[in-house]
Design a protein around this ligand. Structure first.
Ligand SMILES: NC(=O)C1=CN([C@@H]2O[C@H](COP(=O)(O)OP(=O)(O)OC[C@H]3O[C@@H](n4cnc5c(N)ncnc54)[C@H](O)[C@@H]3O)[C@@H](O)[C@H]2O)C=CC1
Ligand SMILES: O=C1O[C@H](COP(=O)(O)O)[C@@H](O)[C@H](O)[C@H]1O
Length: 257
């Protein structure tokens, strides 16, 4: 990818992981919702993804988009996800297609399929000896309105790919935490995504050749109910981290062991 990459939601946690890991690998155009406290190392703008003019300015001249901006709360109310997540994503796609952007990488979520975690399946499905596995071919099954908005973002990508040919990669991100997996939270450990694997999977999504993909974005955890096969096959994803290599905050197994 030679052209600049637009990163929306650049001031958030996922944006931070991406910029820490692959900040030097691309020419970036960062989009913030409010002025950043520290001057970024890259070109940036401040804008709202629900504002057509802001979005047109943001996508001007870029070759790819990583779209993170939105309300990430699983308790987010409908008016917020409708505006920030659904309408914002539609405006981003519309502008990207108009601009002739090649690739659109979309931050989907585990919550797009959260209702697969039924009372009958949990907590067993969070454990390494359980064989329940989602692979990305299943229909969305959200357990909250935030998940509905993330599933809708995937469907918007399907439409804009089929109608306009833009290459789309939906990454159903698990639970991103810095340094170590969540503590005392089986679900979070099963879908942990380390900072470096987060940066790596987004780099893979910028570099690989594909048409329309839905992949799971988690580390290579022993405990997992999301398959990594599609991310490996379609994107060349090669995760380095595993929540089972930690006891609490301590890494007890080195990655290469
Ligand atoms: N952190 C995680 O573990 C996961 C994150 N995700 C998704 O990844 C994306 C980023 O999440 P985080 O970095 O954790 O959230 P965050 O809240 O730290 O970052 C989101 C950023 O989007 C910006 N934003 C919100 N509404 C906006 C709007 N209307 N216009 C422009 N910017 C706007 C916010 O200012 C914020 O900087 C979200 O779309 C979230 O749904 C999905 C699954 C897990
Ligand atoms: O989509 C998201 O998922 C993560 C993990 O979900 P959780 O229910 O285990 O907390 C969440 O932390 C993040 O805020 C959200 O955007």
């Amino acid at each position: 990818m030679d052209d600049p990459v637009l990163l929306t939601g650049a001031g958030g946690g996922v944006g931070e992981a991406i910029l820490e890991g692959i900040g030097d690998a691309y020419e970036w155009k960062l989009m913030f919702h409010s002025p950043p406290v520290e001057e970024p190392d890259h070109e940036y703008l401040v804008g709202d993804v629900t504002d057509e003019e802001d979005v047109a300015t943001a996508v001007a001249g870029v070759g790819a988009v990583i779209h993170l901006a939105g309300d990430p709360r699983k308790t987010a109310p409908w008016n917020s996800v409708l505006s920030n997540n659904i309408d914002g994503t539609q405006k981003m796609y519309e502008a990207a297609v108009e601009e002739g952007v090649e690739k659109f990488v979309y931050a989907s979520s585990n919550h797009a399929v959260g209702a697969f975690e039924t009372e009958q399946r949990t907590p067993e499905m969070y454990r390494s000896d359980d064989d329940f596995l989602l692979d990305g071919t299943e229909l969305p099954r959200p357990g909250n309105l935030y998940g509905v908005s993330k599933a809708t973002g995937e469907i918007l990508g399907r439409y804009y790919h089929d109608e306009h040919g833009i290459e789309v990669c939906n990454i159903r991100i698990g639970n991103l935490t810095r340094n170590h997996p969540p503590i005392d939270y089986e679900r979070g450990q099963a879908m942990w995504l380390s900072y470096r694997d987060c940066a790596h999977i987004h780099e893979c999504a910028l570099e690989a050749d594909y048409e329309f993909e839905i992949v799971y974005g988690i580390s290579d955890n022993d405990r997992k109910y999301y398959s990594l096969e599609r991310a490996k096959e379609a994107l060349g994803y090669n995760p380095q981290d595993n929540s089972a290599h930690f006891e609490g905050e301590e890494r007890v197994v080195e990655p290469d062991a």
